[in-house]
Design a protein around this ligand. Structure first.
Ligand SMILES: [Ca+2]
Length: 468
């Protein structure tokens, strides 16, 4: 498996050897790039704020840009998704299918998206989580995970202050069985939390660089667990004000490893309605907190009149179940996990646009390269979204693909078309969901739609050739 991947990577990258930075010369326009990422933020639906979560600042950005309602990650977990997005390659190509290995270990010579700009003369800086933040407390390892020096001139991570680690209220809803399943309404203000510091550092860098041009990665850490935010954001959601999802009784049962397994599943099975509500409230509070920090960054673009020469991309790194399929997490091939928020505000394009076109996160690399006037340094797995930004009903592809692994031997690949989601496990099991009738993918109709299954299985075959 490793050999096959390495061979594939070598074949893929070989033609790159002769490409020099000069050939990737910036266009005269030299747009700034502001890549804003949220961690574990689900797509709340057609409107991100739809009756549930308050995100007034994302709405500000949506008013300036295009909201993609069908944007799909290539692997629904932090490190594989971010590695795929920033390399412009599918997880089957990068070989990054878990949170344990940084992209550079598998692809030492890959030119990442921020590196493409950096090598062409952009000032490049990252704050918070753009690449996955591995490395623990080891500062050198952490810099390696952030790809400091290669992708960025500087890369900086942040931690909560002692006051920000002091909880006014909160608890672990699993009684400590799962460490990460804790929520807390924290003491202190926004800048006692990493996201407040990330916003402040981003704004400071924007003000310092002015019109450099620059590529800034602003990587917010929320609403990822632990579900902590300053208390005022919990106050936006009074206890009891939120409803939580419960699966209907007549749902088609799925294999256990379709959602998760082991201790997670056991803990969620024991959740009371109250516990679901508490976690969901904390998730919403963390989302609104992150949104407020987004607002501070957008304020800086307003203040310095940078919208006309800055392309702004807001992405989540994958979706998130908040109770669907009795699952509280990511790492599934259901729509809730594969679909993630994506908003792009690009100079010269209309604002307040909503697109239902299928797009993938591997499309971001060629999109930004396109707007920056830079050639792709390797064969792109995706395609520029410029046509959709120009005309929201334009189509750039008719299918989006996502993969998951369950250990070294079992994997599943999923294809989403305008109507269907088809998932095929490497042990032969299949699932088919009809989005015309079943947006929440509650009923597997694979047995009733043999022709569709056959057609979509062929679509997955093209992907299988790239698989480990
Ligand atoms: Ca994540």
């Amino acid at each position: 498996m490793k050999y096959a991947l390495a061979l594939f990577a070598a074949l893929l990258l070989e033609p790159l050897a002769d490409i020099h930075a000069a050939e990737r010369a910036p266009s005269p326009s030299k747009l700034n790039v502001l890549l804003i990422m949220a961690d574990d933020l689900r797509d709340f639906g057609g409107a991100f704020t739809k009756e549930v979560v308050k995100m007034p600042n994302l709405d500000r950005l949506r008013a300036r840009g295009t909201t993609f309602e069908r944007a799909y990650v290539q692997y629904p977990v932090c490190n594989p998704s971010r590695s795929s997005m920033l390399a412009g390659l599918r997880a089957e190509q990068t070989g990054i299918v878990g949170n344990d290995v940084p992209l550079r270990n598998k692809m030492p010579d890959i030119i990442t998206l921020p590196q493409l700009c950096k090598d062409a003369g952009w000032q490049s800086h990252a704050f918070g989580k753009i690449f996955h933040l591995g490395g623990g407390k080891n500062a050198e390892a952490r810099q390696g995970w952030m790809d400091a020096g290669r992708s960025w001139h500087t890369a900086q991570a942040f931690e909560a202050t002692p006051l920000g680690r002091s909880m006014i209220e909160g608890r672990n809803v699993t009684g400590g069985a799962l460490n990460w399943c804790s929520w807390g309404a924290a003491d202190g203000g926004d800048e006692d939390q990493p996201d407040g510091q990330i916003a402040a550092a981003t704004v400071e860098m924007i003000e310092k660089l002015g019109d450099a041009p620059w590529f800034i990665g602003c990587g917010f850490m929320k609403p990822h667990d632990p579900f902590i935010a300053p208390k005022k954001y919990f106050d936006l959601y009074p206890p009891g004000s939120l409803k939580t999802w419960r699966d209907p009784a007549d749902i088609t049962p799925v294999r256990k490893d379709a959602v998760g397994f082991g201790a997670y599943g056991e803990a969620f099975a024991k959740f009371t309605d109250q516990e679901w509500r508490e976690l969901f409230r904390a998730y919403c509070a963390g989302t609104s907190f992150m949104d407020a920090q987004l607002g501070r960054v957008l304020d800086a673009l307003d203040k310095h009149k940078l919208w006309d020469n800055t392309i702004v991309i807001f992405v989540g790194d994958h979706g998130y179940h908040t109770g669907e399929r009795q699952w509280w997490n990511k790492n599934t091939l259901f729509e809730r996990s594969c679909r993630a928020p994506l908003v792009i505000a690009a100079p010269g394009m209309n604002g307040a646009q909503v697109s239902r076109s299928l797009v993938e996160f591997v499309d971001l690399y060629p999109t930004i390269a396109d707007f920056c006037g830079l050639k792709m340094p390797h064969a792109a797995a995706g395609t520029s979204l410029r046509p959709v930004l120009a005309k929201p009903d334009a189509t750039v592809k008719d299918a989006a693909f996502t993969v998951v692994f369950r250990g070294p031997k079992l994997s599943a690949q999923s294809v989403r078309t305008a109507r269907w989601r088809f998932t095929r496990w490497s042990d032969g099991q299949t699932e088919l969901y009809d989005h015309e009738r079943d947006h929440e993918e509650l009923r597997n109709v694979a047995d009733q739609q043999a022709a569709v299954v056959k057609e979509l299985a062929i679509r997955l075959q093209s992907l299988s050739k790239l698989s480990p």
